[in-house]
Design a protein around this ligand. Sequence first.
Ligand SMILES: [Zn+2]
Length: 358
Amino acid sequence: MIYRTRCWRNIGFLALLVLEASRPARASESEAPGGGVSADVRDRIAAYYESRGVQASVWDQFEAAEYDEEEYRRFVRRGVKVDTRVPIADPARIPPPGPAPKWWQELSAAKSSLTLTEETEVGLMVAGRVLREYPLWEDAESTKYVRFVGRYVAEQSMRPDIPYKFFIIQGKSPAAYSTPGGFLFVSTGLLQLLSDEDELAFVLGHEVAHVARFHGILEVERTATTRRANEALEELDTMSQKSGGEKPDLEAIADEAFKVFTGFRSRAEEDQADALGVDFTIRGGYRKECGVEVLGLLQKKLGDGPEASESDTHPKFSERIQALERHLKSKAGSSPRRRMTSTQKRFDQLRKSLSGKE
Ligand SMILES: [Zn+2]
């Protein structure tokens, strides 16, 4: 797949909402939609929000999630320490991230039947509802910091070319969520548990992995509970064969995706997101122990998890830690020549801002 990272990012968020006149081929995810903003999509989402009691002003939050590209680049450069044992021809150049671990080739080609444009539309619908339930923590500097770390981690993933959006939500309980299309949420309670940027990178990497591996939308396809949602998914299958101008019932899919969002993910998906989350952090030059540390912190805070009878669907932290340790021994990639180590000051700034919160 050809990734056109640059071109996506510079187009800006609204350009995403363009729907081409005819349905693009299903395989064309890497192609950015061109042309102007589609009022159609925005109208559909606005109608969805209205019917679900989501305030129209939520759009401002999505539009405000953009940031300055050059500032982001500076953020990366400031954090990186180059491993000087290995000579680099141009000292001003940051070495590339680590190679993709070999085991990624074994991952199934499982993909959503939605195009990226449709996935984003579903994501916006779900994200609007999320922000209705969970108030944002609107601390501009902290939010920017989380966005930069999240963007950096997402760049190390197998799906770096979608415009992920990161938000901090208020809540004492440690939690992180993601929706299809790359809307990610982390609670203030979870941020307060963490001790450095490496751990934050793992938390965000885990959620990026759910998006990059289409977990949310695949779960919807597996478990759709309403006839309307099932019909919408069938429609998507048939529509992939032709190129009509009709739209599948994305609202029905968004309703299902919201249910997935509020429920538990499967054990297989959690293990995979842990493994990939730690792979992304290693590729970016963070400490490889950060994943196990975060799971340990959550275990301490929340207890180990459900009883054995339920653990088929919802893994205990101790099981996730064991699985991640096995992954680190056998499959995780090696660290790159870049190290993300000059990060403690900026992480402490986040802690300071959080300390004013309950
Ligand atoms: Zn997860």
